[in-house]
Design a protein around this ligand. Structure first.
Ligand SMILES: [Zn+2]
Length: 474
């Protein structure tokens, strides 16, 4: 509403109402209030106060209108090389117009079409790409060389873990990752849902968070483990068994705020034992069926060939890790449209924690990760960026893309695995992962060319999330 409308509005009915309110205020406050005299005897004073109130009210109205205007503020990004909608090449001479959090135009004439008063951001010399997406993080974990996983689950308070996770969320956003699928709180209950909501409400800075809450494990198939069986040790996920039991657990997690369901399809039964399948085919089928009934997808932790096969047959959307996937099972994943998140950065971090340093001969974990990735590339299964950040430092998520390229993927394909392709996995291919009109304005300005070198993604200069400038280091 402009000031003219506000004035005419106050000149009629609201004026009368305001006078009445002022009279009421005076009457109630008579002993200590603004005017101790009777209404009749202080007409002049009431008029003066009325004017003051009206001026104050009209300026509140104008301020509210201004706020509404700011919320819909247009943002014009000029001077950057811009990623094309296919995330395949960089285009010169394109400006990007953002209105109300969405990209409305990417063209040479966007500047001319910008509404008057649009904020202009000069990104000359920078490369503008869609915000990055990591499909496998744990905001509630921090690197295992700082504290072992067991100690984090058993000794750290939920409060400390949650507060630390807010810093992890900020670090993730600062690294240009504007969306994450956070795959389990690892004993921290439903803290991911609270963090997701706090981020959405602008209480803390962070990416868009797709939450899975506690994750599902079968009895005796997760950690902390290796204790005397007399002790009832807390487990880092929700234990559920049997078709009815897993259905109930899925329902509980969805009711508590889960956006996806995460299941551990295999795990070691005792410390140092090799992983074996955990849930039966019937249990996995029930988990996926129950999740789908609520419109949710399922991600399966699976490293063994047998568990991956079961999970694919059950209908999960993604396989996490996939370490020992055979050519047969990779072909099965491909024909079923199941996506692989290889978590190469986590394997490298675990090798480091056991004493390996870069330049040493490959640690067995790295040998195994490289071999798996080579088989996966050859199988042409869809590979998406899922780093397992939390095992290593939040904000270092780009390590996954660097390793993908080091292990044989093109830089362009690696970038797509963390943008358009990851958005498709999330069912958000219509509004995330592309720099195109109609998409949410989640954008990152970097130095260098990520289509030739993934490490260029480490030079983050500006991060925009939903049309708001989150980071500006120009
Ligand atoms: Zn993980």
């Amino acid at each position: 509403m402009n000031s003219k409308t506000a004035k005419s509005k106050f000149a009629t009915t609201d004026c009368v109402r305001a006078r009445g309110q002022q009279y009421e205020m005076n009457r109630r406050n008579t002993p200590v209030g603004m005017c101790g005299r009777s209404p009749k005897g202080c007409t002049g004073a009431v008029r003066l106060l009325t004017v003051i109130v009206l001026v104050a009210l009209s300026s509140i109205e104008i301020a509210s209108a201004q706020d509404a205007q700011n919320a819909k503020e247009a943002l014009l990004l000029v001077g950057a090389r811009v990623m094309d909608p296919g995330n395949e090449r960089l285009l010169d001479g394109r400006d990007v117009l953002i209105v109300d959090g969405r990209i409305v135009e990417v063209s040479g004439s966007a500047a001319a079409n910008a509404p008057q008063g649009a904020r202009r951001l000069d990104l000359a010399g920078l490369t503008l790409i869609p915000g990055l997406i990591d499909l496998h993080t744990h905001l509630l974990l921090h690197p295992y060389d700082e504290a072992s996983w067991n100690d984090q689950v058993l000794r750290e308070s939920l409060e400390l873990r949650t507060i630390r996770a807010t810093a992890a969320a900020r670090a993730t956003l600062e690294a240009g990752f504007t969306t994450i699928r956070d795959l389990g709180t690892e004993g921290a209950g439903f803290a991911d849902v609270a963090l997701r909501d706090a981020t959405e409400q602008g209480i803390v800075a962070g990416p868009r968070i797709i939450a899975v809450t506690r994750a599902l494990v079968a009895t005796g198939c997760y950690g902390p483990s290796g204790f005397d069986p007399r002790w009832d040790v807390p487990i880092g996920a929700q234990v559920a068994d049997g078709v009815d039991g897993v259905r109930r657990a899925v329902r509980q997690q969805i009711a508590a705020g889960a956006d996806w369901i995460k299941v551990y399809a295999d795990y070691r039964r005792r410390p140092a034992d090799p992983a074996t399948p955990t849930f039966s085919q019937a249990e996995l089928d029930a988990i996926v069926d129950e999740a789908r009934s609520a419109g949710l997808q399922v991600a399966a932790h699976a490293t063994t060939d047998a568990a991956i096969r079961r999970a694919v047959h059950a209908g999960v959307a993604t396989i996490e890790h996939g370490t020992d996937a055979s050519d047969d099972v990779l072909a099965l994943m491909r024909s079923n449209g199941v996506v692989l998140c290889p978590t190469l950065a986590a394997s490298e971090a675990m090798a480091r924690y056991s004493g390996w340093t870069k330049g040493d001969p490959d640690h067995p974990r790295i040998t195994s990760a490289k071999a798996m990735f080579k088989r996966a590339l050859a199988s042409r299964v869809t590979i998406a960026c899922g780093s397992d950040a939390g095992v290593f430092a939040h904000g270092d998520n780009v390590r996954e893309l660097e390793l993908m390229v080091e292990y044989g993927m093109s830089a362009g394909q690696a970038l797509r695995s963390a943008t358009s392709l990851a958005a498709k996995v999330l069912g958000r291919e219509k509004d995330l992962g592309k720099l195109e009109a109609g998409f949410l304005a989640d954008l990152v300005a970097i130095k260098g060319d990520p289509l030739s070198d993934p490490s260029a993604l480490r030079d983050v200069v500006v991060v925009i999330k939903g049309g708001s400038i989150a980071i500006d280091r120009r």
